[in-house]
Design a protein around this ligand. Structure first.
Ligand SMILES: Cc1ncc(COP(=O)(O)O)c(C=O)c1O
Length: 406
């Protein structure tokens, strides 16, 4: 099947935007993606046609909304290959998913002397919740180190995982380096010692095919806003055997079975972990975003974005004084770089004036920045709607900006 990027672009009205009088080139997809008309229309339809609060009421509007909401749970289950719909929990985002597991799994399974392995390339949202948890429970964080090319030193896992290890937290794809970690191998090493694995999939599900069952991941988290869906919605996949043993994360409506003034019994999963009115609109509007990814085909998306990655990397490497961070053998469409003698923020600001949106800074991965001994990088990250022509414009603008700043 041919990848019809023009058709995909036609779904994203914002891409026709002019920025400072120049056509927009949006290369900050790892931070958040733009939204297609399918998502915008779904949001509008919900409010104009059948909005009501879910699960509770016995009226038409609530029933329609509940059906729409719950059908997205089925869609997510199918999208990531989960074993059952009850293993899909809706949250605010990857950050909340990680906090949920840290708090709830932590309460049940982490005690003084426990160890939690966290990789050195994690986003703060898959590091700080574990640190907070370790602090609270007298546990220790153990580092799974990285190499200079941006690959994890997975050969160390056999010594790092001990009888004290209670969980291993790792990202599927690095938001800074683009590294696609060898998840199946990491999970297998952990499982051989009966250690569950929490996977941060925030930079993976929108770029490569993911099947949580085939990977045998215990937990897998991601955010709708990075996959062409709305803000304020995330997913936590958890294996039933863990979720059923974990206590609720928050108390409130919806997560209860019976409440007396003295005591509460809780709902079954997934509702046990979905206290209060969720982001109803957000979840329902995630549906068409997933449908777009599925219609386009995750294999096709991965191939297209890989082509963009190769095309851009090749041209960047020709620029004098340019250093790329992260040259793993398996990469997604993320390139972090610096240019000798130029602050990344200056580069980013000047590129913006040419209509090109890139990210600059530490990308919420300070330990990774410390590893490379740098304050930050410029990061370009591709999405389904980006093109090689946009890369040409970016490279041309970058050359001009570098000349001005040097
Ligand atoms: C790898 C990774 N994990 C987690 C997050 C946090 O996602 P959110 O802010 O949507 O919770 C991000 C966001 O940039 C990310 O790139």
């Amino acid at each position: 099947m041919e990848y019809d990027v023009n058709k995909i672009r036609s779904y994203f009205p914002v891409l026709k935007q002019q920025v400072y009088g120049k056509p927009l080139v949006y290369f900050d997809n790892a931070a958040s993606t733009q939204k297609p008309v399918q998502v915008l229309l779904k949001t509008g339809r919900l409010y104009t046609e059948f909005y009501g609060n879910i699960h509770r009421a016995a009226h038409y509007m609530a029933d329609k909304t509940t059906d729409a909401f719950e059908s997205v749970r089925d869609q997510v289950q199918q999208f990531i290959g989960a074993g059952s719909r009850e293993e899909i929990i809706f949250t605010k985002g990857t950050t909340e998913s990680a906090n949920l597991v840290a708090a709830s799994f932590g309460e049940q399974f982490i005690s003084p002397g426990s160890e939690i392995i966290v990789s050195e390339m994690e986003h703060h949202s898959n590091m700080v919740p574990w640190q907070l948890n370790a602090l609270k429970r007298g546990a220790k964080i153990v580092k799974l180190p990285m190499s200079r090319n941006g690959e994890l030193q997975t050969s160390l896992l056999s010594e790092l995982i001990t009888s004290k290890t209670r969980l291993l937290a790792v990202t599927h794809v690095s938001n800074v380096l683009g590294t696609i970690n060898p998840l199946a191998q990491i999970i297998d090493a952990a499982h051989r010692k009966n250690v569950p694995v929490f996977v941060d999939g925030a930079q993976a599900v929108q770029h490569i095919p993911v099947n949580v069952k085939a990977l045998d991941a215990d937990f897998y988290a991601f955010s709708a806003h990075k996959m062409y869906g709305p803000n304020g919605v995330g997913v936590l996949y958890g294996k039933r055997k863990w979720l059923e043993q974990m206590p609720p994360y928050q108390g409130g409506g919806e997560m209860i079975s019976e409440v007396t003034f003295e005591k509460t019994t809780f709902s079954e999963i997934p509702f046990k972990f979905e206290a209060g009115t969720p982001n109803i609109t957000g979840v329902i509007a995630l549906g068409p975003a997933i449908a777009l990814l599925q219609e386009t085909g995750m294999e096709h998306i991965a191939a297209w974005e890989h082509q963009l990655l190769d095309y851009c990397t090749h041209q960047l490497k020709e620029l004098e004084g340019l250093v790329i961070y992260g040259e793993a053998s398996q990469k997604s469409g993320v390139i972090s770089f610096n240019i000798d003698g130029i602050h990344p923020f200056d580069l980013g600001t000047m590129l913006d004036k040419t209509g090109i949106a890139v990210r600059t800074g530490h990308h919420c991965a300070d330990p990774l920045m410390s590893y490379f001994n740098i304050p930050g990088t410029v990061r370009v990250s591709f999405g389904i709607y980006n093109t090689t022509e946009e890369i040409d414009r970016f490279i041309e603008a970058l050359k001009r900006v570098v000349k001005m700043l040097k």
